[in-house]
Design a protein around this ligand. Structure first.
Ligand SMILES: *Cc1c(COP(=O)(O)O)cnc(C)c1O
Length: 373
């Protein structure tokens, strides 16, 4: 074997089915940006559709085109357009391919409308994340312009939406405020004559924890992959992690008491032990912040990473055992066999599971299980 990421498509289908049932009658959009959070954009999208996602969501226009080029024909939203998309013809291809494209400003809206006939446009309002979206001040001007395009038959406004800042903390008052502002913005859009097919606000955490935010559609990314978007909030959902990262042991050997391990000798053996060399490092998305704190499993036993994570390799403490080269090491997985989860890795590194699964890759090969036949 070589270092590989095994993606369980049956888990993704199961999770999409579970989430679709949870949020009904709202529809489910599965977000597959950033290569499906590291699980493969095309394969994850297909599995999510099979599980009941009627929409897919991506950030960029090239991501939307990748799905279309792979044969996806369902409803598809993107929300991070750039001037370059108009300049190099990507926007025109996306309009032609029936991608719903989000506008935050009149300038970008006009660009989308100019890119092809009767573009499907969605309008995003910033209700408090202060990231993408129209400011509340600019919103009336944006919806008026969109209504004008619609009346002239140049575009269809298919959706109005916004995005939460603190949905993983359900008690945060920012959630109520954003929801209130969103409803006000919807009213402004209606008064301008817009009748969007879908109004949406919720990401994974809100879709699970905040029923009032489900509206017509929810945009669920992380939960699709079986990870918990709100690990500190009390809730119970039957989701299965879809990713397992494994690598074969490259070497196991003895080291003497007092020897330092890896760059900088940030770990020193306080007794003689054996160490194993795992061929995966920060060049493959193993966080360097995991130095001295990550764990893996070797033959079902938890083993700690010793010393610094290097570019291509990490050293684990085998506690006196000397398994042969080639012995599989599980970095993280669903946790069913005692291995750490992506959430465990995230906590050890002071980050979120989103970053663990999205960044693991590099020289790992990706393999799919549970392919529907
Ligand atoms: C990434 C993203 C989502 C999905 O977020 P999750 O927390 O992974 O569910 C939804 N909407 C927007 C705008 C996003 O950028």
């Amino acid at each position: 074997m070589r270092p590989e990421i095994v993606v369980d498509l049956a888990a993704i289908r199961h999770n999409a089915r579970t989430l679709a049932a949870l949020v009904a009658p709202a529809a489910l959009m599965t977000v597959v940006k950033a290569d499906g959070y590291g699980h493969g954009i095309v394969e994850s999208g297909r599995a999510a559709r099979a599980g009941g996602a009627t929409w897919l969501g991506v950030a960029t226009v090239p991501e939307a085109l990748e799905l279309r080029d792979a044969g996806d024909t369902g409803r598809l939203l993107c929300w991070l357009t750039l001037p370059a998309d108009a300049e190099d013809g990507s926007l025109a291809r996306a309009v032609e391919a029936d991608v719903d494209i989000t506008a935050y400003t009149v300038e970008r809206l006009d660009e989308i409308v100019a890119a092809g006939a009767r573009a499907r446009v969605q309008l995003k309002v910033d209700t408090g994340l202060s990231r993408g979206g129209s400011t509340l001040d600019d919103w009336p001007g944006l919806v008026a312009r969109a209504a004008e395009h619609e009346r002239a038959g140049r575009a269809r406004v298919t959706g109005v939406w916004s995005h939460f800042a603190c949905s993983e903390e359900p008690e945060d008052p920012a959630n109520d405020l954003q929801e209130k502002r969103f409803h006000e913005a919807l009213l402004v859009a209606e008064e301008a004559g817009l009748r969007p097919e879908v109004r949406h606000l919720a990401n994974s955490a809100a879709a699970i924890l905040r029923p009032s935010s489900r509206l017509d559609l929810v945009r669920v990314g992380l939960a699709t992959f079986g990870l918990d978007p709100a690990p500190d909030a009390d809730h119970d959902t039957d989701l299965r992690p879809a990713m397992t990262a494994t690598a074969p042991l490259a070497l196991a050997k003895q080291i003497a008491k007092g020897e330092g391990v890896s760059y900088g000798h940030h770990w020193v053996a306080d007794e003689a032990t054996t160490v194993g060399l795992v061929p995966a490092g920060y060049g493959d998305g193993v966080p360097r912040h995991g130095s001295n704190v990550l764990e893996v499993t070797v033959e079902g036993v938890r083993r700690p990473v010793r010393g610094r994570v290097c570019m291509d390799q990490v050293v684990v403490d085998l506690g006196g055992d000397l398994p042969p080269a080639g012995t599989p090491v599980t970095l993280f997985g669903p946790g069913d066999h005692g291995e750490p989860t992506a959430q465990d890795w995230a906590e050890a590194c002071g980050t979120i599971s989103y970053e663990i699964v999205t960044r693991i890759g590099g020289r790992f090969e990706r393999r799919y299980e549970g392919v529907e036949t």
